[in-house]
Structure formats: structure tokens, C-alpha cells
Design a protein around this ligand. Structure first.
Ligand code: SAM
Length: 293
């Protein structure tokens, strides 16, 4: 009887509810709030969950968790960087938690990685309370950090890049400017020949409008625009879409990807050359959405 009672007792922890959709969402046990701050740009919470580890939330939306972050960060980085013949200079917009930067710096071809994050608190607190995400990447001599609005940076910089990765929040609040034709046009001007642009493009089953939003806004600037997908458990509602834009087709022979894997240090958790190639196979509802624009 005693055991039963114990199990039934509500745990001392609280509950975190995501606010993405008014009519549907997810909740996670908040076993312990590690850090909370109303930064200059957004509400930041880092909390502990027994199943997903440390969780970073901004403005009520889950950004990343230590349990499933490798899926997202590997697919956002290794698809463009292994497609590219020799990626040496990389621009990361957003990505203040450091996960993208960590994966980029695994590539031995990379000589320079510039991360432009609007909210310095995200960088500072992620290094303190989510250290496994950046895993020392911020102190890599190839990395440099700019705390600024990514849309302003791409308008003003004279740097040139092989790959630009836009790891932003959704197209609301500070992230909104990172989904405009102007931003994509400015990014295109910064890309060297055969350069590639990829972006966080939401969960298409629930955020269909983000497909046409980014397609319409990227189309005028790139010959090949499209998407690839991967399942990220805490981005609820089905698989996540990644926007692809380049003047070169996204098709890469499997043999080439396998050979290029040798230039990446460490072990993958999710990415394989087969996963890379199959990620571009889109379901009919996405093809219909793309067609009907
Ligand atoms: N992987 C997450 C996702 O898929 O939603 C995104 C993670 S990362 C924490 C998102 C970052 O984008 C945040 O740190 C946020 O501060 C940053 N961000 C939002 N708008 C920005 C802007 N205009 N310029 C630069 N960074 C921006």
C-alpha cells in the first residue's frame, strides 16, 4: 500500500508547458529550474527533465535538449558541409547554444567559423549550464562570436563564406527578420561560388506556412531551393524541415559523401550518408505545398 501511495504522490517538481500552439502542445516535467532570465530579447529558461536532460527554452518554445540535440545539429551541419567540396569559411546566424558551432568545427577543412547571435545571454548561459552543447567550441581559435542581429550583420560584413547556417528561433520576435527576401538576398551576396545556405524551417506538418514563406523568399536569389527533413523528438508535430538554397543541385553521390566523412572528426549519433540522401525524399503533403505556391 505504502509503495502505491508513494508512486501516486505528485513529484515535488513542476511542469513546463510549451506555448507554440494554442490548441495543442507538449509538457515536460521540470525537475529543477537551473536558470531563468528575462534577457534583453527573450524569456530564457534552462531546466532539468529526467528523460531529455537539460532543456533550453526561449519565449516558451523548446530550443534544444541535451538528449536529442545531436540529431538536429548533425543534420543542419553535415548535410551542407559534406555536400560542399571544400568548406573552409562558415557563417552561423543564431545558434547561441553552441551546438551548430561544435559540429562545424569537427570538419578539418574549416578554417573560420563566425557565429552571429543577437542574445549574448544565450551564449553565456548555454556555456555555463549546457556545456555539452558547445563542448569547448567557443574557445576554438577558428571560432569568432559577434553579438548582433544577424540581419544587420549580413548587410554590413565584407566576409565571404562557403556555407551559411541560419539556426534561428521561429519567424516571430527577433527571428522574424531572418525569414525575409532581403535577408536571403544579403546572405546570397556573402556566399562564394557553389556556396550553400541552410535554415531551420519548422515542423511542416504543423507549420506549413513556413514552407511557402521561405521558398518564396529564397527563390529569387538561388537556382536550387528546397528542403530536407529529420525527426527531432522535442520539436513536436512530426519531422523537422531544413531549408536548402544553393546555385548547385543538392544531389551528392553516396560514394563522395562516404569519402568526405574522413574529414570529420569524432563519431556521429544520427547522420549517415544514406540518411543524408534519403532526407531529401519529401512526403506528398510537402510536395503539394511546394507545388501550389
Ligand atoms: N535549434 C533551435 C530551433 O530549431 O528552434 C534554435 C536554437 S538557437 C538557441 C536560436 C537562436 O536564434 C537564439 O539564441 C536566438 O537568440 C537567436 N536569434 C533570434 N533572432 C536572431 C537574430 N535576428 N539574429 C541573430 N540571432 C537571432
Amino acid at each position: 500500500m505504502f509503495h502505491l501511495l508513494l508512486y501516486a504522490l505528485p513529484l515535488a517538481s513542476s511542469t513546463y508547458s510549451e506555448t507554440l500552439y494554442p490548441e495543442w502542445g507538449q509538457w515536460l516535467e521540470n525537475k529543477e529550474t537551473i536558470y531563468e532570465e528575462k534577457t534583453e530579447h527573450q524569456d530564457l529558461i534552462i531546466f532539468e527533465n529526467p528523460r531529455f536532460g537539460r532543456v533550453l527554452s526561449l519565449d516558451g518554445n523548446i530550443q534544444t535538449t541535451t538528449a536529442d540535440e545531436p540529431i538536429y545539429h548533425e543534420m543542419m551541419v553535415h548535410v551542407p558541409l559534406l555536400h560542399h567540396a571544400n568548406p573552409t569559411s562558415i557563417l552561423i546566424i543564431g545558434g547561441g547554444d553552441g551546438g551548430i558551432l561544435r559540429e562545424v568545427l569537427r570538419h578539418q577543412t574549416v578554417q573560420k567559423a563566425i557565429l552571429v547571435e543577437i542574445d549574448g545571454s544565450v551564449i553565456e548561459r548555454s556555456q555555463l549550464y549546457l556545456p555539452s552543447l558547445s563542448n569547448g567550441a567557443f574557445s576554438d581559435p577558428r571560432a569568432s562570436v559577434v553579438v548582433d542581429d544577424g540581419a544587420k550583420y549580413v548587410k554590413e560584413t565584407t566576409e565571404k563564406f562557403d556555407v551559411i547556417i541560419c539556426d534561428s528561433t521561429d519567424p516571430v520576435g527577433p527571428g522574424k527578420v531572418l525569414f525575409t527576401p532581403e535577408f536571403y538576398g544579403d546572405c546570397k551576396k556573402l556566399l562564394k561560388k557553389d556556396g550553400i545556405f541552410v535554415n531551420q524551417n519548422g515542423v511542416p506538418f504543423l507549420q506549413k506556412d513556413e514552407l511557402s514563406l521561405t521558398l518564396n523568399n529564397r527563390q529569387p536569389h538561388f537556382k536550387h531551393v528546397g528542403f530536407y527533413v529529420a525527426p527531432v523528438p522535442t520539436y513536436v508535430g512530426g519531422f523537422m524541415a531544413f531549408g536548402w538554397a544553393s546555385d548547385k543541385s543538392y544531389r551528392t553521390p553516396k560514394k563522395v559523401l562516404q569519402e568526405r566523412m574522413a574529414r570529420v572528426k569524432g563519431k556521429m549519433v544520427y547522420y549517415t550518408p544514406d540518411i543524408h540522401l534519403s532526407a531529401f525524399a519529401l512526403p506528398q503533403f510537402m510536395l503539394d505545398e511546394i507545388e501550389k505556391r
